[in-house]
Design a protein around this ligand. Structure first.
Ligand code: SAM
Ligand code: DTB
Ligand code: SF4
Length: 354
């Protein structure tokens, strides 16, 4: 292990590049063992949160994100669609709930929402929430007022990814800055919503960029509650379509380091699962991933079939996390502690705190 004086069970916001690179450099088994210890001290290790995505506005996006099939600048054969009617969104949300999802994530191919869009998206939030689902949206950049409007409508999470390190960012996106992204995350936090922020792995970045991305996320004043780690989905027509495959172990390392650096966050094994074997996904869970996107489609690209995911959960003894509405943080901590205590009665439990 890199340093015996580091207490990996504490939440920290002062990670140095050297420390993060030292985590990446650990022997694979040591890294996974450490990540699993950290995971078990904060979570029920056999529960995975299940979210479903819905593209409420598809294609024709003015931005130039090199990975994205929805950018108007690349010919990816995607049909552009108008903002989805609220009733259609609700239909999809009901189906997601019936399928076992607890969070419904609505995504729009926008640089940022326009004034005229806000009444529709806030209505979506209110009505999806009324179905008993957690709500998440990803609509591009937000200012303080827009974030407040969404928070007032009851939006639980806002997703806005940093995507990569500040140093590599310019290779991927030129139409908005890293600072713009950080400011959106500030607005989301200031409005009182939970933050969902992560990135994409496999875009030709180096390990130092993966370390740089995780450092940015973990050194935010508060860790994002949800950290999606996407593996690039290579879409024909995008500048990254020919990007070479990433060593799967490098991806798993990234999940493990995210788990260690943000011990209380849900780390989502996000886009790219269709290209992963069951064994690779199970390694990601072992490394501390505890959330997935569930349902046959992400926003515009494919995802494993729902029944294949449920079979994998069954084979691994994983249960979907239930949606609990707690009165406050204390009640939530109490519930988690009792789950962790149950886990400690297991003869194979390894107490990381000892
Ligand atoms: N337009 C909004 C924005 O970019 O903020 C929201 C939707 S955008 C599709 C949400 C995120 O999806 C991106 O930030 C990126 O991290 C992820 N994403 C998009 N295309 C992807 C791909 N081909 N592979 C992996 N992740 C992708
Ligand atoms: C995130 O980090 N990944 C999701 C969600 N947030 C919005 C999106 C993945 C998109 C993959 C490409 C597509 O389906 O268009
Ligand atoms: Fe537009 Fe979002 Fe795609 Fe970038 S990632 S092109 S902002 S939809």
């Amino acid at each position: 292990m890199p340093s015996s004086s580091v207490n990996y069970l504490e939440s920290r916001h002062d990670w140095t590049r050297q420390q993060v690179l030292a985590l990446f450099a650990m022997p694979f088994n040591d890294l996974l063992f450490t990540a699993q210890q950290v995971h078990r001290s904060h979570f029920d290790a056999n529960r995975v949160q299940v979210s479903t995505l819905c593209s409420i506005k598809t294609g024709a996006c003015p931005e130039d994100c090199a990975y994205c099939p929805q950018s108007a600048r690349y010919d990816t054969g995607l049909e552009r669609e108008k903002l989805m009617k609220v009733e259609k969104v609700l239909e999809e949300a009901r189906a997601a709930k019936a399928g076992g999802a607890t969070r419904f994530c609505m995504g729009a191919a926008w640089r940022s929402p326009k004034k005229k869009d806000m009444p529709y998206v806030t209505q979506m939030v209110r009505e999806v929430k009324a179905l008993g689902l957690e709500t998440c949206m990803t609509l591009g950049m937000l200012n303080d007022d827009q974030a407040k409007e969404l928070a007032d409508a009851g939006l639980d999470y806002y997703n806005h990814n940093l995507d990569t390190s500040p140093e590599y960012y310019g290779e991927i996106i030129t139409t908005r800055t890293y600072q713009d992204r950080l400011e959106t995350l500030d607005s989301v936090r200031a409005a009182g919503m939970k933050v969902c922020a992560g990135g994409i792995i496999g875009m030709g970045e180096g390990e130092k960029d993966r370390a740089g991305l995780l450092m940015q996320l973990a050194n935010l004043p508060e860790h994002p509650e949800s950290v999606p780690i996407n593996m690039l989905v290579k879409v024909a027509g995008t500048p990254l379509e020919e990007e070479k495959d990433l060593d799967p172990f490098e991806f798993i390392r990234c999940i493990a380091v995210a788990r260690i650096m943000m011990p209380k966050s849900h780390v989502r094994l996000s886009a790219g699962r269709e290209a992963m074997s069951d064994e690779m996904q199970s390694l990601a869970f072992l490394a501390g991933a505890n959330s997935i996107f569930y349902g046959e489609k992400l926003l515009t690209t494919g995802n494993p079939e729902a029944n294949k995911d449920m079979q994998l959960f069954q084979r691994l003894g994983i249960k979907p996390e239930e949606y609990q509405q707690y009165a406050d943080e204390t009640e939530m901590e109490a519930e988690l502690s009792s789950r962790i205590a149950e886990q400690q009665n297991d003869p194979f439990f390894y107490d990381a705190a000892k």
